[in-house]
Design a protein around this ligand. Structure first.
Ligand SMILES: NC(=O)c1ccc[n+]([C@@H]2O[C@H](COP(=O)([O-])OP(=O)(O)OC[C@H]3O[C@@H](n4cnc5c(N)ncnc54)[C@H](O)[C@@H]3O)[C@@H](O)[C@H]2O)c1
Ligand SMILES: Nc1nc(=O)c(N)c(NC[C@H](O)[C@H](O)[C@H](O)COP(=O)(O)O)[nH]1
Length: 276
């Protein structure tokens, strides 16, 4: 069982800085998506593939957990799950809320169930010790329909512990627009109205260039807000890079603040873009 210490509270100046960018309290017809990650000065998020790399200082780590408390779900790609074994809970103390209530639902995109999540995974241990919620693993419907007997036993064992393996029709690795439309539709139906996306690079690079249909059929970005921690280090050319497939000029109402030694950029993302 984990018994993690709650993190320090942010000063009022920091919560005021973040407040315009938090998800609205009333849900809309779409999932509100906050894209957030920590990058080096050379736009790397890890030293190398599969390497957990701590970039955020203690103050910006508190910020991340404060943001987690304001979202229904927190999403990572399966490579991040495998590299970092993340807890994906909220360790920021929110007055009047238990740790489980404050924590978002961990969501892992994992079309072919590579994560092999089990009771000793940090997110499962956090849930078992009432410090977080049980994770949901989004797999492709095709994979789920032809699941092997051993994977089925594995799924049943983690579902008995409260996790869920959720088949998503349209979740595929080779078409980001179709994939993200399917992910967000499924999550909305499951009651996730606000989603914090933490990475890794594949997820971030994809999401920045993704277009989904709005209710009128117009192509829009699914991302509402972008919050980036910039840590004053270089990770070098072998690092895992965040760099979308094409140049983007889509951020507005941009604000910067310093959290300890890190800089935080918070901004809105234009929903409608000419190049979609
Ligand atoms: N600094 C940070 O803020 C931060 C945050 C998260 C992860 N990381 C680091 O990033 C690295 C992992 O990044 P990565 O790019 O290798 O992997 P990732 O975590 O983005 O996972 C990629 C995998 O997720 C699945 N996937 C993602 N999007 C999908 C989609 N739209 N449809 C279907 N499947 C999809 C696929 O299986 C894909 O191979 C790790 O080293 C981790 O430590 C850093
Ligand atoms: N904000 C941020 N700063 C970092 O320096 C870093 N490496 C990550 N990485 C995001 C990724 O999702 C990690 O896996 C979780 O930050 C670990 O999550 P936990 O604290 O175990 O819950 N995120």
């Amino acid at each position: 069982m984990t018994t993690s210490q709650p993190l320090d509270l942010l000063p009022d100046s920091s919560t005021s800085f973040l407040s315009p960018y938090l998800p609205p309290s009333a849900p809309s017809d779409r999932v509100f998506v906050t894209l957030t990650y920590a990058a080096s000065l050379d736009s790397r998020i890890a030293l190398g593939h599969g390497q957990r790399t701590q970039l955020s200082g203690s103050e910006s780590k508190c910020m991340t957990h404060y943001l987690r408390a304001h979202h229904d779900g927190i999403l990572v790609g399966v490579n991040t799950f495998l590299a970092d074994n993340p807890g994906l809970n909220c360790r920021y103390n929110i007055a009047g809320k238990s740790a489980v209530e404050a924590s978002p639902r961990p969501i892992i995109i994992d079309p072919t169930f590579r994560c092999k999540i089990e009771s000793r995974s940090k997110s499962m241990m956090a849930a078992a010790s009432l410090e977080g919620k049980e994770p949901w693993i989004l797999v492709s419907a095709e994979w789920r329909n032809s699941v092997s007997p051993s994977d089925l036993v594995h799924i049943q064992s983690i579902e008995r512990m409260g996790a869920r393996v959720i088949p998503v029709v349209g979740l595929r690795s080779d078409n980001r627009n179709e994939s993200w439309a399917a992910i967000l539709k499924s999550l909305k139906e499951l009651g996730i109205h606000s989603l914090m996306v933490e990475g890794g690079a594949r997820v971030i690079n994809d999401l920045l260039c993704t277009a989904v249909d709005d209710i009128n059929g117009a192509k829009i970005s699914p991302v509402d807000v972008v919050i980036i921690t910039i840590a004053p280090v270089y990770l070098g050319k072998n690092g895992v890079e965040v760099s979308p497939a094409s140049a983007l000029d889509n951020l507005y109402d941009i604000t910067w603040d310093q959290f300890g030694r890190d800089c935080i950029m918070a901004s809105f993302n234009k929903k409608l873009r000419a190049d979609f």
